[in-house]
Design a binder for this molecule. Structure first.
Ligand code: ADE
Length: 235
């Protein structure tokens, strides 16, 4: 897979995508991530990529020309499955969307900055708009890094069996169960007995129940229409 990220602030992406699991995926060439600095695509002598909003109002707007130039260059080189724009006024990014995007070959992520982007970019160049949650960040770069991370860790060969994405929260619309490690007793705070029993089937049942109870308490919205009727009866 190849992900091209377009940004006015490339430094903000370097660290989140340059360490740990994502860095290893890049080294293993499971994913190629290229970060493009918008300022390299402007003819403005001050390298500016924003301007005042027509009609007035607070905040600067990202201009269309450098964005058009970089997208034109990239799309001439290869076909892209989606051209994504990150902004808070968009569809909410979910595990399901991450799963779908992880099956694609080439993605562009344009990270918003300033007050937003000239609407003509969204109307004519973007194929998908994503928000990572109902709050406003100072820029879309971190959102772009979040989306990239969530996609890349799903690619085959990125996670080992022990860290398999299949057991993550949300993969089955349930939050993950609690986990424990040694010591079994820390200052009297004990690990649940069942986890020390060696009884795999009972452990699995306990974990599922914990997942269900956690989800019911913290995120009941996830349980809607998911057919957990039998669990509810078990109490
Ligand atoms: N840019 C600023 N806030 C954002 C959010 N919540 N999601 C995506 N991009 C953003």
């Amino acid at each position: 897979m190849r992900i091209d990220i377009i940004t006015a602030v490339p430094d903000l992406l370097e660290s989140p995508l340059g360490h740990s699991i994502i860095q290893r995926a890049r080294e293993k060439q499971i994913v190629e991530i290229q970060v493009h600095n918008l300022r390299d695509y402007t003819k403005d002598k001050y390298k500016s990529v924003d301007d005042y909003a027509f009609g007035g109002g607070a905040g600067m707007v990202m201009t269309i020309e450098p964005i058009f130039n970089v997208i034109e260059k990239l799309t001439a080189e290869r076909k892209y499955d989606e051209i994504i724009y990150t902004s808070p006024d968009s569809e909410k990014f979910t595990q399901k969307i991450a799963n779908n995007l992880s099956l694609k070959n080439n993605l562009i992520i344009l990270t918003g900055h300033y007050k937003g982007v000239d609407q003509r970019v969204r109307d004519h160049l973007i194929t998908m708009e994503l928000s990572i949650g109902d709050y406003v960040l100072s820029g879309g770069e971190l959102a772009g890094a979040v989306i990239t991370d969530a996609i890349v860790r799903l690619l085959p060969g990125v996670l080992s069996d022990e860290t398999s994405a299949l057991t993550d929260s949300f993969q089955d619309n349930l939050l993950a169960p609690p986990v424990y490690t040694r010591p079994a007793n820390f200052k009297g705070w004990k690990v649940p007995e069942i986890l020390l029993s060696g009884h795999a089937e009972k452990v699995e049942k306990w974990r599922l129940k914990q997942s269900y109870d956690r989800t019911k308490k913290i995120r009941p919205d996830l349980l809607k229409d998911e057919g957990f009727g039998s669990m509810k009866d078990e109490g």
